[in-house]
Design a protein around this ligand. Sequence first.
Ligand code: ZN
Length: 452
Amino acid sequence: MPALIIDNAYIATVNSRGVEHPIGHVVIEGTRIVAVGAGRAPQADYPGAAVINATGKLVTPGLINTHHHLYQWLTRGFAQDSILFDWLVALYPAWSRIDADLTGAGAAGAMAVLARSGCSTVADHHYIFPQGSGDIVGSIVHEAASLGVRLHATRGSMDLGRSQGGLPPDFAVETTGAALQASADAVAAHHDPSFDSMAQVAIAPCSPFSVTSELLREAAILGRDLGVRLHTHGSETVEEDAFCRERFGMSPTDYLQDVGWLGDDVWMAHCVHLDPDAIAKFAATGTGVAHCPSSNGRLGAGIAPVRDMLRANVAVGLGVDGAASNESGQLGTEIRQAVLMNRLRDGADAMSARDGLYVATMGGARVLGRQDQIGSLEVGKLADIAVWDVSGVEHAGIADPVASLGLAGMPPLTALIVNGQMTVSDGHLTRADEHQIARRVEAASAELAARL
Ligand code: ZN
């Protein structure tokens, strides 16, 4: 198979030394990066290669989204001014009427927007499985493969209904046993642990206020037996903190540690309300964090202490979170959001544009346990690459191309390459019809509303 050369671009490798080449090249063969370097590509060494002339472009690793609820693409624009608990209570009835077909439509819309904003790897957290709703995880896996993005599907669950002191209505939860069995089944059906894997599965009970302690304990044991990662929400709001202290007599972090949920195979969404002691526990155990600044802003949850997490060497990735609490759903714009919000929290040196790019790429790879395969532009790694046009009227002349992503508006996406294949070209999906996806989302949103 002939090579693909990206030539004459500004290359931000995001490797461990933060190497950047103001004029550089990347060469891809098959699914792998075979050369990254300064200067023009030695094109004669690659006869028959296809060449992308990337003059005026910024080349970064493909962005990694570490937390999402793809189905929520169908429920954007509701409960616009609510805090998390009120927002959840408003949306549970709609979500508990979802099925595999509707989820597929929402997933296609959400992943189309992610890909068009530079995202090559998508982690999804699906935790609502109504009776008779079909193969929801299978439909998400199918849509990711159709679009050409790398997927980390997590099989979520809820088993703590309102009658037992939880937040979700009883009709929205599963039994503990059914949730565990279905989680094991999803791993068996869809988890590919290989280096080039385009689909992995993790086990993901939803949150301390929607899941029993028994399910958390058993899910951690199951995930470790099966050799897959564990994901949940943690320390998102002051209300969750109060819930844990009242019900368990502990902070969310201490509670999650108590049920086996700190470790280098765990990542947690939000972590807004971590104190220094909790950050030290995340660092000591290798527990990862999915930072979701827009969603935290939308729900008024607070700003996660990412500066302190990074200083403690906690693995921090970026997430858009579900589109019901972040109607944008774009990952490229989330870099600037993270930079600005962390500066509002901790001052102008709290997060640099390069910290933002790191969190969106290599940080996310660490969070997903894929640091040897994705997240940086290095020889031997998988060819997941974003090519941004910084030569247009929005960015031309900017002193630092990386600041285009971290401080300016998201640049137009010239190309997104995933596993060596073109997924986005000239800003548009190459393998799917965006117009068709939009109409499908429209019809599915209307269908879901009609079921209420
Ligand atoms: Zn979430």
